[in-house]
Design a protein around this ligand. Sequence first.
Ligand code: SDX
Length: 435
Amino acid sequence: MPADSKTNESVSMIDNTTGKKVDFPLLTGTEGPKVIDIRTLYSGLGFFTYDPGYTSTGSTESKITYIDGDAGILRHRGYSIEELAEKSDYMETCYLLLHGELPTSAQKEDFENTITRHTMVHDQMNNFFRGFRRDAHPMAVMCGVVGAMAAFYHDSTDITDPHQRLVASHRLIAKMPTIAAMTYKYSIGQPFMYPRNDLDYAENFLYMMFAVPCEAYKVNPVLSKAMDRIFILHADHEQNASTSTVRLAGSTGANPFACIAAGIASLWGPAHGGANEAVLAMLGKIGTKENIPAFIQKVKDKEEMLMGFGHRVYKNYDPRAKIMARTCHEVLSELNIKNEPLLDMAIEMEQIALNDKYFVDRKLYPNVDFYSGIILKAMGIPVSMFTVLFAVARTVGWIAQWSELIADPAQKIGRPRQLYTGAAPRNYAPLHLRK
Ligand code: SDX
C-alpha cells in the first residue's frame, strides 16, 4: 500500500458480544470512494468478511484504469476512453497501458516495430492446431494454444526478470491476432496466412482472417479503423472477472502465458466476454421487431436475460457502448448496408428497456457487448470469433495488470477465505455400516 493512500481517518468495528473495538484505517486513491483497510480484521477481531462476487471488496491497488460507474466514466492512465477512441490508436493505447505514459514518436515507432516483429508464431505451433477438431469453439482452441506458448518461449517465462516480463508482454500482444486468425482458418479448412510487416495491427488481423494465398487482398481502411477502435474499447477494464483471474493466477508465480490462458478461459463465459456472442444468439432467437415486447416481458419475469445489458460497476450508460453504437452506424454506412434488421432490433430493444421501470429501477443500460456483435457481424467476422476478438484486445490489459502485480514488492499470493457451511465433525463409518 503506497504511503500517500493513507488518511488520518478510520472506521471502527465493535464486536457487540465481547465489546472489543478495532480501528481500521481509511485509504484514499486519486479518485473514487475511500477504502477500508481491513487487513488486521482477523488478527484484531477473529472475523473474516463475507462478500461473494466481491461487490464491496477491492482486491488490489492499481494505477492503470479508473471507472466511475455512476457517472459512466472510464479512463486509462487518466485519459478518457472517448478521447483515446477518437484521437489515439490501439498500439499507442497499448503502450500507455503498459508504460503509464503516451509514447513519444520515437517510442511509438520502436514499440510498433517490436510488436510487428513478434507477430509470427513458432512454426511448430502449426502442428499443435491439428490436434483440435475443426468444429471446436475458437475460444477452446485459444485457451489451449495460448497456454501452450509457455512450452515454446522458455526465454520469457522467468517472472523475476523485468526484461523477460516485457518480452513476454510483447509476444502476447503481437501473437494473439495471429493465433486468433489461425483458429478461424483452421475451422474453415483454409491455409494459415502469415502476418505481414507492412500492415498495422488491425489491418494485419483482418488480412490474416480474410486473405487467401491464391489472390491479392486489400484491407478496407474504414473497417481496419473500426477494428482498431473496437480493440481500444476492449483494451482494459480494471478488476473485471478475467483480469482478476489473471492476477490470481499471477499471484502464484505462474508464467505469463499460463496466466493469460486462464484469463481467456474466464472471459469465455456469457456473463462476461461471451456476452457479445450471446447478444447475437438472443437477437436471432427473437427474430423480428414484433417479438421484442414479448421477449422483454420474459426478461422481467426472469425467464430470459437481456444479453449486453447491465454491469456490475456501470449504473449508467457504459461509455464504450455509446462509442460502439456510433461505430456501428459508420461501419454499416461504409458497407452500404441500409437495412440491418439486427441493428434495428437492437435500437428498438434499447429504447424499450431504457424507458421500462424494470430496467430503470435496476439501472440496467447497454454495455460494451450490446452493439459490438452487430459491427463484427457486418464486417464478416463469424459469431464464434466475437469473444476471441475481445480476448485479442484485452490481452494488453491483462498483461499490464499482471506486470503491475509482479512488480509490486508487497504482492502476496491471492487466497480468499470462506464461510464454511458443510458437515460438522463426525466419525468415519466403515463401508459395511453405511446406508
Ligand atoms: C463484460 O466487469 C467488467 O468490467 C466486465 C466488462 C469488461 O470490459 O471487462 O465490462 C465486460 O463482461 C460486460 C458484461 C457482459 N454481460 C452481459 O451482457 C450479460 C448480461 N448481464 C448480466 O449477466 C449482468 O448484468 C452482469 C453479469 C453484467 C452484472 O451482474 P451483477 O452485477 O451481479 O448484477 P445482478 O445479477 O446482481 O443484477 C441485479 C438485478 C437482478 O434483478 P433482481 O434480482 O434485483 O430483481 O438486475 C437484474 C438481475 O436479475 N439484471 C438483469 C440483467 N442484468 C442484471 N435482468 C435482465 N437482464 C440483464 N442483463
